[in-house]
Ligand binder design. Structure first.
Ligand SMILES: *Cc1c(COP(=O)(O)O)cnc(C)c1O
Length: 224
């Protein structure tokens, strides 16, 4: 069962340079497909809906590291706070405050990435570069003992224009370097650059990504 998942997983892994982490995006795919990838050694999986994630978390092996990759509503944080490994799309100060609160309730420190909005689409969530800089500058996050900011995440514009996508990845990489030296020079845990999906992860790696989020290429098309 799920031979193609296993084969595709290895094909993707073989293409990734050392040091690039693979997050297998399993949203809308059944637990059996995840189990197949798990059997091949994959441990990091990404989901974007709280209820679906909670169901899968309850039935699948407990050493899976779950990443929440979608827009997270503040009222859902409490359900995933006990076990989530990383919240990749921290997109507002309000959400970060809630993650902090729920992490402390669980005696945890939760790893997060700040989501940047660099794409052309108006619908995507995330901090603009200016808002992100302002948030880091104001320093409230330094008091958040329940949150560890581990880097940046972004989604490129939904376009076939490779030059456009590459320039957005490059912009994210430059912002990462800027924030790293300005705010995280003493914090080696600020090291993650999460960009690149099935159709553009190689381009992303060429432009500084060290965490790719690949779904379709591993699991096939999603049945919504
Ligand atoms: C669904 C999703 C992915 C994976 O997309 P694929 O094209 O299937 O690889 C990556 N990142 C985010 C934020 C997603 O929602």
């Amino acid at each position: 069962m799920y031979e193609s998942v296993k084969n595709q997983l290895h094909a993707v892994k073989d293409e990734l340079p050392d040091g690039v982490e693979l997050v297998a995006i399993s949203k809308y795919h059944p637990a059996e497909a995840i189990a197949a990838a798990y059997e091949e050694g994959q441990r990091i999986f990404g989901e974007s809906h709280e209820q679906e994630l909670s169901r899968k978390h309850a039935t699948l092996p407990q050493d899976i590291e779950w990443h929440f990759i979608g827009h997270l509503q503040t009222n859902k944080v409490k359900y995933i706070a006990p076990y989530i490994s990383m919240i990749e799309a921290a997109d507002s100060p309000k959400l970060l405050r809630e993650i902090n609160k729920q992490a402390l309730k669980n005696n945890r420190r939760i790893d997060v990435l700040l989501e940047l909005h660099l794409a052309e689409e108006a619908t995507k969530y995330g901090f603009s570069p200016e808002d992100c800089r302002r948030f880091l500058d104001e320093g409230e996050w330094r008091q958040m003992q329940g949150v560890r900011i581990c880097g940046l995440m972004m989604m490129a514009s939904n376009t076939d224009d490779e030059a456009q996508i590459a320039s957005e990845f490059e912009q994210a990489h430059q912002l990462f370097k800027e924030y790293q030296s300005a705010y995280f020079a003493d914090e080696p845990s600020f090291c993650r650059r999460s960009w690149g999906m099935s159709h553009d992860y190689q381009l992303a790696v060429a432009h500084g990504s060290n965490m790719v989020r690949v779904g379709t290429r591993i699991f096939g098309e999603r049945a919504y």
